[in-house]
Ligand binder design. Structure first.
Ligand SMILES: O=C(O)[C@H](O)[C@@H](O)[C@H](O)[C@H](O)COP(=O)(O)O
Length: 259
């Protein structure tokens, strides 16, 4: 488990552009080291803005898109192509514009997919997929993703893991169905925090004053049950990418020394 690092950018748009540039470099380095890169995408405004910026990034095609494994941290359990699905938004923002290998874009099943309106079956299938691609060196049933990107909710949720929810208490399964979610739509499929923690690097990316309290609590030692973002840590790196508004209450320990 890695100690959190905090990087603050002037505003949300610059944060998304900088995170996109950071992701290009991370993917290029992973591919140079072992031939492929694996990234967990997130829904939400910030996560989608990062993909939009990545699509416009001058270095976009330094990535060999045919050797990228893409996953989702969570998905809204809606029909395929629904505008509110994270997959739909990621395809519009980036995936439809780069030559990814469709067999390496691992979507969470929609509510009109092979399991019909059964989010538990969709969650089990995604868990089985993760177990099938995990390597011995990953030491478990979830791949050691190069990067797991996450947005953060006002009450501290990440993916679809909400405070004091069944998902945050899950200790066996790696992927769960989430019902009665406080953030619409109510039914989702989500990685658990333990699965997030399989990633080499976890990037928590959020903007705006409304997130400042949750960010501060997570960095100030809140427990993951009450503040799930506090439990989103990477094996090697945990990076909080914030704009100045979301960082406005960050404990002094995390702000750079005055030069
Ligand atoms: O499916 C989702 O809704 C997301 O995965 C969710 O976890 C999101 O990332 C946060 O709610 C932050 O969303 P914003 O970036 O829009 O604030």
């Amino acid at each position: 488990m890695s100690n959190p690092q905090v990087v603050v950018h002037r505003d949300g748009d610059l944060l998304a552009a900088a995170a996109a540039a950071r992701l290009v470099t991370r993917m290029v380095d992973a591919q140079a080291a072992r031939g492929y890169a694996s990234v967990v995408l997130t829904g939400g405004r910030t996560g989608t803005a990062v993909l939009e910026h990545l699509n416009r990034n001058a270095a976009r095609d330094a990535v060999d898109w045919s050797k990228v494994d893409l996953y989702w941290g969570d998905e809204r359990f809606l029909p395929s192509g629904h505008a509110e699905r994270n997959e739909t938004q990621a395809r519009a923002a980036l995936l439809d514009h780069v030559p990814v290998d469709p067999s390496r874009v691992h979507v969470m099943e929609p509510s009109d997919g092979k399991f019909g309106d059964d989010p538990e079956a969709a969650a089990e299938a995604y868990a089985a997929l993760l177990a099938s691609v995990a390597r011995p060196e990953d030491h478990g049933d979830v791949p050691a993703f190069d990067v797991c990107m996450l947005g953060v909710g006002e009450e501290g949720h990440v993916a679809s893991v909400f405070p004091d929810s069944p998902a945050v208490h899950e200790e066996e399964r790696t992927v769960v169905a989430v019902r009665n979610c406080p953030k619409p739509p109510p039914t989702r499929v989500s990685l658990t925090l333990a699965s997030v923690r399989s990633a080499q690097e976890v990037w928590l990316m959020t903007t705006g004053e409304a997130k400042a309290a949750a960010v501060a609590m997570a960095l100030d030692g809140a427990g993951e049950v009450r503040l799930p973002a506090a439990g989103a840590t990477g094996r090697r790196r945990t990076l909080w990418l914030l704009d100045t508004a979301a960082a406005s209450a960050v404990p002094a320990l995390f702000t750079p020394p005055l030069s």
